[in-house]
Design a protein around this ligand. Structure first.
Ligand code: ATP
Length: 235
C-alpha cells in the first residue's frame, strides 16, 4: 500500500506556530478534503508533504522510510504530485508539457503518446497541442497541469484550490480527469474554499483549526455540492 505517514508534525514561521498534527495518514485510495480558513496553512501543509519545504519538526514516513534529508532526490518523485493553484509549466508547447514527466518514467513511447493524446482530449486542449504553454489562459493552464498529472497517474495527488477561477466547462473537464484518476486508485488531497464536484468525491476531511490538524469522515451532505458533481459521480 502506497502511503505517507505524518508523525508529530509542527510547522512554524519564526516564532509563529502555524499548525501541529500528532498523526495523519494519506494513502492510495484515500480521498481527503483539506479544510481551513484563509492563512491557516493548507498550502504550506501540501508543500511540506510534497517535500518542497521542510517542517520545523516531525517525521514524514514514505513507504516505511523516514525522509529527512530534504536536499536529496525525493523518493516520492512522480508518485506524489502537488498542484498549486497557479501551476508551474515548462517552457515549451502543450504537448511537451504533457509528455515531459512520462519520459522520465518507465512508460513506453507508444503508451506515452496514447496517454498524451487522451489527456489533451480530456482537458479540451487537443487543438492547442503545439501552442506555447506560456500563452495559455489561466483556466487552460490549470487544465494542462491536471492533464499532465493524469498522464503519469501518480499514487497520491494534492490539488490546491483546483477549480478556483474556472468556468463551468473547465470545472467539468477537470472533474472528469480527477474522477478517472480516483477510479484508478490515485489518492486525493483537495483544498478548496467551497464544496465543488471534486470535494464531493472526498470521504475524509482534514481540518486545520486553532493551529491543529484533525481528521474525520466527510460526507457530501456536510456542504452543498454543486450540481456538476452529480453527473460524474453517478455515471
Ligand atoms: N515562507 C513563509 N514565511 C513566512 N510566512 C509564511 C511563509 N509562507 C507562508 N507563510 C504564512 O503562513 C500562513 C499560511 O499560509 P498558507 O498559504 O499555507 O495558507 P492557506 O491556508 O493555504 O491560505 P489560503 O486559504 O488563503 O490560500 C500565511 O499567513 C502566510 O503568510
Amino acid at each position: 500500500m502506497v502511503q505517507l505517514k505524518i508523525n508529530k508534525l509542527c510547522m512554524q514561521f519564526g516564532d509563529r506556530l502555524l499548525f501541529k498534527a500528532d498523526a495523519l495518514q494519506f494513502a492510495k485510495g484515500d480521498t481527503i478534503f483539506l479544510q481551513g480558513d484563509n492563512g491557516t496553512g493548507k498550502t504550506t501543509l501540501m508543500k511540506v508533504l510534497a517535500g518542497l519545504i521542510p517542517a520545523t519538526s516531525g517525521e514524514l514516513v514514505w513507504q516505511g522510510q523516514t525522509h529527512t534529508k530534504w536536499w536529496q532526490k525525493s523518493p516520492q518523485l512522480g508518485k506524489l504530485v502537488y498542484l498549486h493553484q497557479h501551476p508551474y509549466l515548462y517552457e515549451g508547447s502543450v504537448k511537451y508539457n504533457l509528455s515531459f514527466a512520462g519520459r522520465h518514467q518507465k512508460m513506453s513511447g507508444k503508451l506515452l503518446a496514447q496517454r498524451v493524446e487522451a489527456a489533451a482530449q480530456m482537458a479540451g486542449l487537443e487543438h492547442l497541442l503545439d501552442a506555447n504553454a506560456s500563452n495559455l489562459s489561466g483556466g487552460e493552464r490549470q487544465r494542462l497541469a491536471i492533464a499532465r498529472a493524469w498522464v503519469i497517474q501518480p499514487d497520491l495527488l494534492m490539488l490546491d484550490e483546483p477549480v478556483s477561477n474556472m468556468d463551468k466547462e473547465s470545472r467539468r473537464l477537470v472533474l472528469e480527469m480527477v474522477h478517472t484518476l480516483k477510479r484508478q486508485g490515485t489518492g486525493l488531497l483537495v483544498s478548496s474554499h467551497q464544496t465543488c464536484g471534486i470535494t464531493a468525491l472526498c470521504r475524509q476531511t482534514w481540518q486545520i483549526e486553532n493551529q491543529r490538524i484533525t481528521s474525520g469522515p466527510f460526507n457530501t451532505e456536510q456542504g452543498s455540492v454543486q450540481e456538476e458533481s452529480l453527473h460524474v459521480i453517478t455515471s
